[in-house]
Design a protein around this ligand. Structure first.
Ligand code: LLP
Length: 431
């Protein structure tokens, strides 16, 4: 199976975190997102432990909550002593509603509105990662009005091109996020930030992309960011104490994927930071990272009920499920690969090649094409694996399909963490 969390029980059913997924589908209905709590906790711990081992623990791990944001997720991450990164007023509101300590929240975004900035200051968030010149001015003015001084980082585009999907690359100059290094934008931003009285520049940030399997881009980032920090200390007399390297650690969506372990990724990052600090004679900063997908993505799945099997002779067979791009738009958006299993026949051969289609009124509403699963029939429960990141968070009500429920499983027992949307919910805001 894809990861150790997925197993097959004596009934031949797929289990996740010890829970029989066919039983989960019966009890909670489909479509259903299922998460394995122990695995999420282990992921949080693996990052923290690696920093202890390789950097004496002088690090902050921010869970990038855009991957999966709901109150229970913030509570869980907080109980593991992680910080969290939010990227909108809505994520900030959810985190605070779950009791997440504001000082452990980092606020991101390339176009935070004045209202969002004001909300962040009123909430006393620990860090704001500033994206552009306008934001520097606006944030300073709002902070001045409120009589506070806000700790900030500047988002830098380090000019690194990593091998991932174009839509999720963020480190290169042609990208909407942050200040570029090579055209002098970053230097101007630093000068301005240092001159603004109600902002306290404590660090710099970069995020090179997502679902990355290579380690070199992180090593390059370490070198570039420490070199920039050294320049800032020489030119502005400011020694930055935090360098944030963003997220991006790849996970296993299919058996072909070979992600670098968290231990190894962090080891390499810490070694690269230490080497760069020695090279540029810069004091070791607090290393921050913002993993999202690698915390919540791998040991999770979505359960669907098969509603029709349509064979188009010599062309393909469509297996249609009761969800689709409304709960997982990633194939439509990125051609993302997934493995699927007929949960009630998990012990059988996966020798049935088909295209898994959703129920949305759109031909591109596919979950996977030409994929091998067990022979599927109407009424089967289909599990699409590793859907924990960027599925619920990118779900929509297209075709007025209610968003699925989500359950957290721990040692075989499940509990609801997000209720299924109802038709009533769909019309709540209609006038
Ligand atoms: N930090 C920043 C500033 C980010 O922009 C992101 C992701 C992360 C951290 C977390 O990256 P992760 O560790 O999850 O790779 N919707 C796309 C992914 C977009 C990622 C956006 N930023 C997908 O479904 O693949």
């Amino acid at each position: 199976m894809l990861t150790d969390s997925f197993k097959i029980n004596s009934k031949g059913h797929l289990t996740l975190g010890g829970a029989d997924t066919v039983e989960l589908a019966k009890e909670y209905g489909t479509p259903l997102y299922v998460f394995d709590e122990n695995d999420i906790r282990n992921n949080c711990r693996s990052f923290k432990e690696a920093f202890e081992k390789y950097y004496g623990g002088n690090a902050k791990v921010y869970y990038a909550s855009k991957a999966f944001s709901c109150k229970e997720m913030y509570r869980l991450v907080n109980s593991e002593n992680l910080c969290t990164d939010v990227v909108s007023g809505g994520e900030l509101y959810t985190a605070l509603s779950a009791g997440f300590p504001a000082e452990n929240i980092g606020f991101h975004g390339n176009n935070k509105t004045p209202d969002e900035l004001s909300f962040a200051l009123d909430s006393k968030v620990g860090r704001i990662v500033v994206d552009n010149m306008t934001e520097l001015h606006t944030l300073n003015a709002i902070a001045k009005e409120k009589g506070v001084c806000q700790k900030i980082l500047l988002r830098i585009k380090p000019g690194i091109d990593c091998h991932t999907h174009d839509y999720i690359k963020t480190g290169q100059i042609d990208c909407k996020f942050g200040f570029a290094l090579e055209n002098g934008e970053a230097a101007k931003a630093v000068a301005l930030a240092c001159s603004l009285e109600n902002l306290d520049l404590v660090g710099i940030h970069c995020h090179i992309g997502s679902q990355i399997f290579e380690t070199e881009p992180f090593q390059d980032a370490a070198n570039i960011m420490i070199s920039l920090a050294k320049d800032i200390s020489e030119n502005y007399g400011k020694t930055l104490s935090e360098i944030n390297f963003g997220g991006g650690y790849g996970i296993k969506y299919t058996s072909e994927d070979k992600p670098v372990s968290k231990d190894e990724s962090i080891k390499i990052l810490c070694e690269a930071v230490k080497a760069a600090c020695e090279k540029y004679a810069f004091p070791l900063p607090t290393i921050c990272i913002e993993p999202g997908r690698s915390v919540v993505g791998a040991s999770s799945l979505t359960l669907y009920t098969v509603g029709s099997v349509k064979e188009i002779k010599d062309i393909r067979t469509y297996v249609s499920v009761d969800g689709g791009m409304s709960d997982n738009p990633r194939y439509a958006l990125y051609g993302a690969e997934y493995e699927a299993v007929v949960a009630n026949k998990a012990n059988k051969e996966r020798d049935f090649v088909c295209t898994i289609a959703g129920k949305c009124c759109e031909s591109g509403d596919l979950i996977q094409e030409h994929t091998s699963i067990q022979q599927a029939e109407v009424g089967d429960i289909l599990a699409v694996l590793a859907t924990g990141a960027y599925n619920y968070s990118m779900a929509s009500n297209y075709n007025r399909i209610p968003r699925p429920a989500a359950v957290m499983v721990k040692d075989g027992a499940a509990r609801i963490i997000i209720e299924r949307e109802t038709y009533e919910d769909l019309i709540k805001k209609d006038v």
